[in-house]
Design a protein around this ligand. Structure first.
Ligand code: PLP
Length: 390
């Protein structure tokens, strides 16, 4: 690809609008296989906990390098079930980054525990270890028991687990990885799903590995945690069907979604490669123009999003200029958690949440998916260069 100076090329106004995440191209690629897989479920009729669910769990556990995979109804359920299995409740603190999707702190509040918000690293947008320590101190000062740290692998990049894990161990805390956006990524030789006490992921359609509805999964090597998660997913069931041994939820994954995911998992490694190529092409063109994403040595992002950084006072104008050329963008997330009405009273790290606030004001996500062509990316980069020159 050519280098990044503003292009004189005419704006491609006549071209059809692009997709931020193109799910149709993937569907076209495997539509016949998906049709057969869904028909198989319709034929056997085991819509709940059918054979595809167990088969998917075996394949996902192998892919992730985890001993157990417990599939469930969504990424939110995955986080909730994991926290319930860990016995988190009132009086406990769960440390979450302030720059994340609302599901991260939401599940903590739902079970009566207290989310305590920590700041992120300004370069990676992931939980900053020094802020984690400050948030733990805040929790203790409030008389709460710091029970779990929940790092988020934002935009598909694993959090910096090497410094986080010893802090968790020193404080007797579990690590629940919110890897909703990062299934398929790696961190220093470790695959997402094999990191922390447990890992929760999402198969929301737009995620790197997505189904055709809601879906999620939890990974762990801990036998008793996995047993509790399977029970919670099924209303707290014991060994016998009508024996209820704990409070649970209806958190199962539909068989049809499992059947779809089995087909999508088969092409996932190839799609991960394609995402790497697309991200590399963007970075080659954009790193001189805007704040391009940082991937620390030893990590591989799965590029759920390709998120650039702009001057806060120019972001709206630039997004509008791209939109006028048929190029969609998105802001994930326009407000950090502590500035959302529902979380205004949430305790925060005493060192502040400046990086989260700044990221919310400056980030912009560009079209990103495995089926982006070089021409698509040239179109985005040319339009962006023109918008920046306005
Ligand atoms: C960081 C994060 N956590 C949790 C979730 C929840 O996943 P789901 O939408 O499958 O419930 C999401 C989904 O967008 C997410 O991005």
């Amino acid at each position: 690809m050519a280098n990044s100076k503003p292009s004189d090329a005419t704006p491609a106004r006549s071209l059809p609008p692009m997709e931020l995440i193109d799910l149709k191209s993937q569907q076209n690629r495997i539509r016949d296989k998906i049709d057969v897989a869904i028909k198989r479920v319709l034929d056997h009729g085991a819509y709940i906990m059918g054979p595809e669910v167990g088969e998917l769990e075996r394949q996902l556990a192998k892919f992730a390098g985890a001993k157990h995979c417990v599939s469930c109804g969504s990424g939110t359920d995955a986080l909730l079930i994991a926290l319930m299995a860990m016995g988190v409740g009132p009086g406990d603190a769960v440390i979450c980054p302030a720059f994340t999707f609302t599901a991260t702190p939401e599940v903590v509040a739902l079970i009566g525990a207290t989310p305590v918000l920590a700041d992120v690293d300004p370069a990676t947008y992931n939980l900053a270890p020094n802020s984690l320590e400050s948030a733990i101190a805040t929790a203790r000062k409030m008389g709460l028991t710091p029970k779990v740290v929940m790092p988020v692998d934002l935009f598909g990049l694993p959090a910096d687990y090497d410094p986080i894990e010893p802090i968790a161990v020193a404080n007797g805390m579990a690590v629940l990885c919110d890897s909703a956006q990062s299934f398929g990524a790696t961190y220093r030789g470790r695959t997402v799903g094999s990191i922390g006490t447990a890992t929760a992921t999402s198969f929301f359609p737009a995620k790197p590995l997505g189904c055709y509805g809601d879906g999620g999964a939890i990974f762990t090597d801990d036998d008793s945690l996995a047993k509790a998660m399977r029970s919670i997913r099924l209303h707290g069931k014991g060994d016998d069907k009508y024996e209820i041994v704990r409070i649970g939820i209806n958190g199962r994954m539909d068989t049809i979604q499992a059947a779809v995911l089995i087909e999508k998992l088969a092409i996932f490694p190839d799609e991960i490669e394609a995402r790497q190529t697309a991200a590399r092409r963007y970075s080659e063109r954009l790193s001189n123009l805007v704040g391009a994403p940082t991937v620390p040595a030893g990590s591989q992002s799965v590029w759920a999003q390709y998120t650039i950084r702009l001057q806060a006072d120019r972001r709206e104008q630039i997004a509008a200029a791209l939109k006028a050329e048929g190029i969609p963008t998105a802001v994930y997330y326009p407000r950090p958690v502590h500035q959302q009405e529902a979380y205004l009273t949430c305790p925060v790290a005493s060192t502040g949440l400046t990086a989260s606030e700044q990221a919310s004001a400056e980030v912009l996500s560009l079209p990103m998916h495995p089926y982006l062509t070089t021409a698509d990316q040239d179109r985005v980069c040319d339009a962006l260069a023109r918008a920046l020159a306005l």
